[in-house]
Design a protein around this ligand. Structure first.
Ligand code: ZN
Length: 297
């Protein structure tokens, strides 16, 4: 079998260009659209980089977004879930969340997550961070940080215990003391929680006074009222509309969407005791908006 030059060189080049190869594996060329790539500084790794666009979803795909499909929201999802930094692979949503976090800590003096990590490591600062996902988060690319706990909702691990250094946590009943965490990060997690307002008050409970939570959920700003697509009744899932799933690296069947959030999320979170700012980010080329909720206790 004839091997291409690329295949022959790959084992040699892999250590040097590993991020590039991982990106190429992640984004098959038929999903790429070079005309939508963007350039700029990455708020995670701090490098000047190219952001790779790829089409995550097409209308008709099995994995659907909570509000079904229309052209506008499909493009929002494609933008926010791609534009991967070619160095650290962070997607657009993650960088918007990273920017929101950095703007709200240490008087905004850190311009990227790399700088923040260096401070944490060198000065051994006492900063407790909980990121409620181990993939596609702000701290995903950083391992073995004492200050950062990464968690997942594991079906097979007791709450509070670890699997592969990832802690098993249920956002509706966190195994943390009151007032014990400085920063909570949850990117596109809350739409998969059966009772999101219970989880929001759990986050409020565990946050220290002046602590902050950086939250993203899919928000279609044309929708005013939050509604439940499904709920848990007597331990069974009851569907109020057609089931919707988002892709989930841990579950082949995807993660069930319980809630479609509307713009009333801001007032709902104020009522839950948070001081809240809703940031809306757009890229240079697209008007598709990524919202980031900054919740302060
Ligand atoms: Zn980067």
């Amino acid at each position: 079998m004839q091997r291409t030059i690329k295949e022959i060189l790959k084992p040699i080049a892999y250590p040097i260009f590993s991020a590039y190869y991982r990106l190429e594996e992640k984004l098959p060329s038929n999903k790429r659209d070079l005309s939508k790539d963007e350039y700029g500084k990455c708020s995670v790794c701090g490098l000047y980089t190219r952001f790779w666009y790829n089409k995550i979803i097409d209308t008709g795909s099995k994995i659907v977004v909570s509000c079904g499909f229309d052209k506008i929201f499909t493009e929002v999802i494609n933008i926010t879930n791609s534009l991967h930094c070619k160095f650290c692979l962070s997607k657009y949503r993650v960088r918007c969340a990273a920017t929101s976090l950095l703007n709200n800590i240490y008087g905004g003096k850190f311009k990227n997550i790399n700088e923040l990590i260096k401070l944490i490591e060198k000065k051994n600062v006492n900063l407790g961070i909980l990121e409620t996902s181990s993939t596609d988060g702000i701290f995903t690319g950083y391992d073995n940080l004492n200050n950062v706990i990464k968690s997942e909702y594991f079906d097979d691990v007791k709450w509070g215990e670890y699997k592969n250094k990832i802690r098993s946590e249920n956002l509706q009943a966190l195994i943390f003391e009151d007032n014990s965490i400085d920063i909570v990060v949850a990117l596109d997690v809350f739409e998969h929680v059966a009772e999101p307002m219970v989880a929001f008050s759990e986050v409020h409970r565990v946050l220290k006074t002046n602590g902050i939570a950086i939250i993203t959920v899919p928000i279609d700003d044309r929708i005013e009222k939050t509604s439940a697509l499904a709920s848990v009744v007597n331990g069974m899932i009851e569907f109020h509309r057609d089931p919707a799933y988002h892709s989930d690296p841990l579950r082949e069947e995807g993660a069930l969407v319980f809630t479609e959030f509307g713009m009333d999320i801001v007032n709902n979170l104020k009522a839950a005791g948070y001081n809240i700012t809703l940031g809306g980010y757009t890229t240079k080329k697209s008007k598709s908006k990524q919202y980031v909720l900054v919740l302060k206790k």
